[in-house]
Write a protein that binds this ligand. Structure first.
Ligand SMILES: [Zn+2]
Length: 338
């Protein structure tokens, strides 16, 4: 069912308005929200990271990375990646990590979401490098961004932004998110990006526990489930399961860890999805890919995740929760169109 949305989009001008999104499992179409996408400007990415990313594009695309990135990372590019995967809704991340993955500004994400409000939500972020001086103004900027249409949550990456998960000076971010009812998405686990802070306090979700315990009104979504991207091992996955079991405000997001480059055999993603189900945490798991990365990645990651859920005997109702239902509930948004 991959060509259907594209075909219908092309036919829309001739009166075929019924675009059908979703992944078909055993004859039933399940809506999908991809909660983890990176829009952006190639020119805002640091040179080391450009080189690293270009090396992951398939030949011969790696020869023209700026052109390729410009196509894939634009709103139209992201829409066509979603269309190619049959995904109706995507969530775009703002990022302020000038020393590692680069900058994707709140203003740009807000503008992207406004361009296609029926297809995208956004997560806002903030700068933390000069926190002792500009905490108040950064929090105000975050508050303002979260007041814009479709801006539904907060994105943080301690490892890329170089601040400790257990540093109480930053707890004001979690307090603000809780006050506004906006979930916080956090990168957990090591990262392959040049310049990442790989030590435990930046990557091990165990260090988040004081913040989680102190902010029961704030939703914490543990991105990548503590995966060790350097060693391609499960890393702190068990810690994530334990935190979700102990705290009702903790959610799980299995993006990127199961990609072809990070989990070549697919065995790790299968283990992750199986153990989530065994732990009774299916209703706490929210699908994301960490795309677009390269053309076709968004589609491929959905396929790998559905395969992992099938291998672990997820019912269609359970798949529905992971692929869209839990996002709708946690972020208090509309059920996506199918
Ligand atoms: Zn990401």
């Amino acid at each position: 069912m991959r060509t259907r949305p594209l075909l219908c989009a092309a036919l829309a001008m001739f009166g075929c308005g019924d675009v059908e999104y979703g992944v078909v499992v055993d004859g039933e179409r399940l809506p999908v929200i991809d909660m983890h996408l990176h829009p952006g400007e190639w020119s805002h990415t640091p040179p080391d990271t450009q080189e690293f990313l270009a090396g992951r594009f398939p030949f011969p695309l790696q020869l023209t990375p700026a052109r390729l990135a410009g196509q894939v990372l634009s709103v139209d590019g992201l829409k066509s990646e979603l269309d190619g995967a049959g995904i109706g809704t995507g969530v775009l991340f703002a990022v302020y990590a000038p020393r590692t993955v680069g900058i994707s500004a709140n203003e740009d994400v807000i503008a992207d979401v406004k361009q296609a409000p029926d297809r995208f939500y956004g997560l806002a972020s903030l700068r933390v490098e000069r926190w002792n001086d500009d905490e108040a103004s950064e929090l105000q900027r975050l508050r303002d961004a979260l007041g814009e249409p479709g801006m539904v949550g907060v994105k943080l990456a301690h490892a890329h932004q170089h601040f400790r998960m257990d540093d109480p000076r930053y707890f004001s971010i979690y307090a603000l998110a809780g006050e506004l009812g906006k979930p916080v998405y956090l990168h957990t686990g090591t990262s392959p990006f040049p310049g990442t802070a790989q030590a435990g306090p930046y990557t091990d979700p165990a260090y988040l526990e004081p913040a989680i315990a102190a902010h029961p009104q704030t939703i914490f979504i543990l991105g990548h489930l503590g995966y060790d991207f350097k060693q391609q091992q499960l890393g702190a996955f068990t810690t994530c399961l334990e935190l979700a079991a102990r705290y009702p405000n903790v959610f799980l997001e299995p993006s990127a860890l199961g990609s072809r480059s990070s989990d070549p055999s697919g065995a790790n993603l299968k283990t992750v999805m199986r153990r989530i189900r065994e732990a009774g945490l299916v209703d706490r798991t929210i699908y994301g890919s960490d795309g677009p990365q390269s053309p076709g990645f968004v589609d491929e990651y959905l396929g790998r995740t559905v395969a992992a859920m099938r291998a672990a005997d997820y019912s269609r109702a359970e798949m529905r929760m992971v692929l869209a239902g839990n996002f709708v509930r946690v972020f208090a948004v509309q059920e996506p169109a199918q």
